[in-house]
Design a protein around this ligand. Structure first.
Ligand code: GLU
Length: 545
């Protein structure tokens, strides 16, 4: 067979050569050791935590080394494409401060190595595919879906390796040029298959996260181009990461089984391979066992979940860094308050067993992150979230900005900062009592305080206390009232001698908390009173009188 002629029959419109492509995408002029990497999401509209996880690694490696991270849209599967999905990915990433030096942008491309949407790179793939055909290493395959399914059935029945290879490939491999021309002229669809070699060789790949990986060399006649001339993931990955001059391929471990195909392609093309970094699958604890996070069952796999729940992006970063690098928590303890971008992220410290996404842990991280912020910072971030997800609350925050800032300052700063706020969504619940519009009585008054007692107590309280009392004067008065009403000032006295008292100061302060905040568990009463202001606090107490 004359392979040059075959190549022209298959790709009559391709007049570019692989040398042209090399020229079009020159080596990058970057400092020694600079990492060039990418994320390659498919535009399905679903951005998952794994995308951010890999993006974060890439972002750190690229920007720590003076390199480049770019966004490539892997849209070879048009059936799965959703309109607006590119924008969704870009927005999700920029929300987490992952900025791409180059790549797809909403309405086009930024950078010299594009196009950055795979379907627009057809000419590049076909140029390389044509070259492979010219080497006699690829052929058109006209097998129909039914024929491929029948082969698969036969292989399954015989427990043979699945796929097209050896005797299963013979019929298509041996078509003559005239037969091929006739089939094409008759409008038969074809895919381009690589001409694999049956062999018992092994390949090794040094994975930057997993160390040496060893596996059988490819023997399959895998598909290079699908019938619409669009490449499979494998071929697109090899061409793109070569011409985009990627040095590090960071992707999920589910791609490890495909490595033999990728290595085969890099070898036949004589191209230098990138450093593979296969990251661990995201897992969760379910009952007594660990399992993969599932799109169907686990809302936390979607990146949108974290935004919708109002989990601070700093908390998500912090949390991902703790699962990404085993020494992160130690570093954080030694460097409180330091920007996480300062952490020297390294691939060597990555775990290669499943990465555990533990939402309780995330909430805990989130509490710490928010607890370390100033009241102004909390206000700005919370308000930003409310504007998008809870407009009503956003207007409260606007209307009562000073009060909100004062409320956020309660118990903040110092060693024992309150860790009440864990997400922005929960902050709307937790802080609701500071505004009459959202205030409601949630807890019951302590049973030690019946309604007559409540009424009598608040009347006396309003008589005795003065808004201008400082905290300790005020507390002295509360203690006096506690005694006056037959309650123990020291809870332990009440415990020791329950018949001698109606209750203890705990019940008295709970009563005040329920009246002022609607809850028995709330921040310091004196402080809350001063955030609400004299009038509002008084009104809330008067309701019980
Ligand atoms: N489109 C692939 C995916 O979503 C990207 C894998 C890669 O980064 O090479 O899994």
């Amino acid at each position: 067979m004359n392979y040059n002629e075959l190549a022209d029959v298959l790709f009559p419109d391709i007049h570019t050569t692989r040398e042209d492509m090399e020229e079009r995408f020159p080596m990058r002029d970057l400092p020694e050791g600079a990492v060039v990497t990418r994320i390659g999401p498919s535009p399905t509209g679903f951005v998952h935590l794994g995308n951010l996880y890999n993006a974060l690694i890439g972002e750190r490696l690229a920007h720590q080394s003076g390199g480049v991270i770019f966004l490539r849209i892997e849209d070879t599967d048009s059936k799965r494409e959703v309109p607006g999905a590119v924008e969704t990915v870009i927005n999700a990433m920029s929300y987490y401060d992952v900025y791409f030096d180059e790549g797809a942008v909403v309405d086009g491309d930024k950078g010299n190595y594009g196009p950055y949407r795979q379907r627009q790179r057809k000419e590049i793939y076909q140029t390389i595919a044509k070259w492979i055909v010219q080497q006699g290493k690829a052929y058109p395959c006209f097998l129909t879906e039914e024929e491929v399914a029948a082969i698969r059935e036969e292989q399954t029945a015989n427990k043979a390796d699945l796929g097209i290879y050896g005797k299963y490939a013979e019929k298509m491999r041996s078509l003559s040029l005239d037969e091929i021309k006739a089939k094409i002229a008759a409008g038969e669809e074809w895919v381009l298959r690589y001409r694999g070699e049956l062999n018992s060789d092994r390949i090794t790949v040094d994975d930057a996260i997993r160390g040496k990986l060893e596996m059988p060399r490819n023997f399959l006649d895998f598909i290079i181009l699908k019938s619409d001339g669009i490449p499979t993931y494998h071929f697109a990955h090899v061409c793109d990461d070569h011409f985009m001059r990627t040095t590090h391929v960071i992707r999920g471990e589910e791609w490890i089984p495909s490595l033999p195909i990728h290595i085969e392609l890099f070898d036949i093309l004589g191209w230098e391979k990138p450093l593979y970094c296969h990251t661990a699958t995201l897992m969760k604890i379910d009952g007594n066992s660990k399992r993969k996070l599932s799109k169907r069952k686990d809302p936390e796999l979607a990146l949108a979940y974290y935004q919708e729940e109002g989990i601070s992006k700093d908390a998500v970063w912090e949390f991902l860094l703790t699962i990404l690098n085993s020494n992160y928590e130690e570093w954080r303890m030694a460097n409180p308050g330091v920007d996480y971008h300062e952490f020297p992220y390294s691939l060597e410290k990555m775990s290669n067993s499943g990465a555990l996404v533990d939402l309780d842990k995330l909430r805990d991280v989130s509490k710490n992150v928010i607890c370390a912020m100033t009241a102004e910072e909390v206000y700005e971030k919370w308000y930003g979230w409310c504007r998008q997800y809870n407009e009503e609350f956003a207007s409260l925050l606007e209307k009562y900005k000073d009060r909100t800032l004062a409320a956020l300052a309660v118990g903040r700063g110092g060693e024992k900062s309150r860790r009440d706020i864990e997400t922005w969504k929960q902050a709307c619940e937790f802080m609701s009592f500071y505004y009459d519009e959202t205030f409601k009585i949630e807890d019951d008054m302590p049973e030690q305080c019946d309604s007559d007692m409540v009424k009598a107590f608040f009347n006396r309280y309003l008589e005795v206390t003065d808004y201008n009392d400082d905290s300790s004067t005020w507390f002295g008065k509360v203690k006096e009232l506690t005694e006056e009403f037959g309650f123990a000032v020291k809870p332990k006295d009440f415990k020791k001698n329950p018949d001698a008292y109606k209750g203890s100061i705990v019940h008295i302060t709970n009563m005040l908390r329920v009246a002022l905040t609607g809850r028995s568990n709330a921040p310091d009463i004196w402080e809350v009173t001063h955030v609400l202001g004299e009038e509002m606090a008084r009104e809330r107490l008067l309701k019980w009188c």
